[in-house]
Each structure stands twice: as structure tokens, then as C-alpha cells.
Design a protein around this ligand. Structure first.
Ligand code: SLL
Length: 218
């Protein structure tokens, strides 16, 4: 260990649950989640006008099963068995329906993280929105998928040491492909997301170093 800490608690001491945590450190895991919907056209009926998928993924389509133990999607109660549990990637649920609603996306983490689950909300979008000031969506637009995706960073503040070491040493493999992979792979904001993720990671690392320097000075 580098040097003794000036706080009363010894550095990297186990917390109440007995998990040894890495002080002054943040582990950031970026994810994208959202919905992708298609109008069923001729196949549409009153209660099934759209086919949609709700998903959570790694921005570069990597496999996050070393961090995530399961993802629970909470659908609207009008669906049969609305609680859907996905224990491995692709973390996706595909359904058909008629209406929009908010889907709860509860992310559970690997046992050794000692972290509580996190709930995200994915608003299901079935219809193209008219661009502000732009033309109304045309008939041909109905065939294009409606993708509503959000970018989020899962931030593990003072992560469990064993978890951190395991995640750092892990070589990410690609997630299994799904019907969504080609649709989302083509999205033009993908490059932008990767740039944001890389920049934020660099900022977080810099902040961690600065915090350490402040601790040494104080
Ligand atoms: C709305 N608050 O009124 C929303 C509810 C519910 C959508 C939307 C069920 C499909 C099925 C379905 O699409 N529910 O029964 O298979 O717009």
C-alpha cells in the first residue's frame, strides 16, 4: 500500500457489508438503452399496430455480462407476464402492441460488485416526431424504424476492489448479435457516443488523480 491515509478509516477498509472498496476511484461503465419500433403496415390490427424492442447495450456492442448479472424489463401491465428477466446479452425484449408507455429497465450487477440494482426508464416511442419547424412525417417515413436511445454512464463510486480488478483485467468480447444490431450499428450518432464515452472516461480518470493530489496536500 502506497501511504497511510489521514482519515480515521484505514484506506480501502471493508465497508459494513464486508466489501473492500477502492478509495478515491470511480469505475465508469457506459451503456445505451432505449426502444426501436416498426409499424406493422398491412399486418397491423387494432391492438398490434407496431412491433418494438426495448434494449440495453454497451455503446460499441460489447458483452457486459462481466459487470451485469441480469436486466429486468418492466412492461405495461396490459402485457402478459410484464416482468421480463434477461440473464445474458443481448438484453432485449421484443413485443407487439398499440400504445406508448415508460419501460422500467432495472440493471443488476455482478455479485462481487456489492452494488444495488439501478433503475433506468426507457420511454417507448412508436411514432416519428415531426422535426421542429420541419415537414410532417411522410408515408415513406412510416417504414423507417423509430429509435429512441439514451446514453447513460453507470458510475461505481469507490468500487469493490475485487470487482474493479476483475473488470479492469477483462477483455471485452462482442455481445451476441440480434435483429437490432444492424439497425443500431448504422445509426449516425454512434461515433458521437463513442467520442463522448472516451472523453468522459478521460475526465473521470483525471478527476480521480486530482482528488488524490488534494488528499495528499490536505
Ligand atoms: C396509453 N398509457 O394509453 C398507455 C398504455 C399500453 C400498451 C399503453 C398491449 C398490447 C397487447 C399494449 O400495447 N399496451 O395487449 O398485447 O397509450
Amino acid at each position: 500500500m502506497a501511504e497511510a491515509d489521514k482519515d480515521t478509516a484505514p484506506a480501502d477498509a471493508p465497508d459494513d457489508s464486508g466489501v473492500k472498496r477502492k478509495r478515491d476511484t470511480e469505475l465508469i461503465v457506459p451503456v445505451c438503452y432505449g426502444t426501436c419500433a416498426y409499424w406493422l403496415g398491412k399486418k397491423a390490427d387494432e391492438y398490434h399496430s407496431h412491433k418494438w424492442t426495448v434494449y440495453l447495450r454497451e455503446p460499441e456492442h460489447g458483452d457486459l455480462s462481466h459487470v451485469i448479472s441480469k436486466v429486468v424489463f418492466n412492461l405495461h401491465p396490459s402485457f402478459k407476464e410484464p416482468t421480463r428477466v434477461l440473464e445474458k446479452p443481448p438484453y432485449e425484449v421484443t413485443e407487439t402492441g398499440w400504445g406508448e408507455f415508460e419501460i422500467g429497465v432495472v440493471v443488476h450487477f455482478a455479485e462481487d460488485s456489492g452494488e444495488k440494482p439501478v433503475e433506468l426508464l426507457a420511454p417507448l416511442k412508436l411514432h416519428h416526431e415531426a422535426e421542429p419547424g420541419g415537414a410532417k412525417p411522410e408515408k415513406k417515413d412510416l417504414k423507417r424504424p423509430v429509435v429512441k436511445e439514451k446514453y447513460e454512464e453507470l458510475v461505481f463510486h469507490e468500487p469493490a476492489e475485487a470487482f474493479l480488478e476483475r473488470v479492469k483485467a477483462h477483455k471485452m468480447k462482442p455481445a451476441p448479435a440480434s435483429e437490432l444490431t444492424p439497425v443500431l450499428g448504422k445509426r449516425d450518432d454512434r461515433d458521437e457516443l463513442i467520442k463522448i464515452a472516451t472523453a468522459r472516461k478521460a475526465v473521470a480518470e483525471r478527476v480521480a488523480v486530482l482528488k488524490q493530489q488534494i488528499d495528499v496536500l490536505s
